[in-house]
Design a protein around this ligand. Sequence first.
Ligand SMILES: [Fe+2]
Length: 280
Amino acid sequence: MNISPISQVVGARITGVNLSQPISPDQFSRLEEALHTHGFIVLPGQSLSPASMVQFARRWGRPEPHVIDTFHHPEDANVLMLSNVYRDGKPVGLVDAGTYFHSDYSYLADAARCTMLYATNVPSGRNGTTFANQALAYAELPQDMRERIDSLVVNHHYGNRDDLDTSSRTVASVLNDSQKKKVDWVQHPLVRPHPYTGQKALYAVSGSSFSVEGLSELEGRALLDELKEHATQDKYCHTYDYANGDVIVWDNALLLHSAPLIDLTRPRELWRVTVKYTNT
Ligand SMILES: [Fe+2]
């Protein structure tokens, strides 16, 4: 197994692993350590079925199908199909892959450990996801700000606090009434120690975070906006463009990510599995 960093701030490429075969505990712990060090890992040149993708995902935790259940893979509901392709006038997958900075499932009490994508059909050129290193962003905050925010608690809800217009292209994917019933307000620490390493990071300061406990709506919003602006500066970000056969895994405790929509004339199809921390 060979592990090489992709950028100065986030990401590593890992070769010498075939994910269509079961991987050994030793191989898995090296992948896990790489994920916790680099925030996301890319394993190029893979050839996966829905079953082998889900088998690999289960090594990390329990797969949790997305609240939008329209685009589950017919062979395995744990696989969500992301696509901008239309057949017979209907989308074949979820078109919006999260066009604003967010952390997956931060609107749930039991948030996502990591998210895995498998690139099955991607165009060349810009087609990827931008990742922002939230541990680094936290570490580089002035000490007085770190002390101010260290014990704050944030109220989260499904959606994008910067865009609640359901007709906009950067709103969170719109839920139907029964999907809406499945989501409620939840709380998370603003500075969240990593569940495995304890490393502190800003958690979901963009996306589902709407207000801060103990602060007025205005004050809370202003603080979240200030932290978002800091945490999504270019110096904390790297955009990874997918190639067919890439498997990417990212750590939702360490990163924010954003996947801008690409031109609909350039087909892009990816499979996604999101896993929780627990294995039960
Ligand atoms: Fe996402």
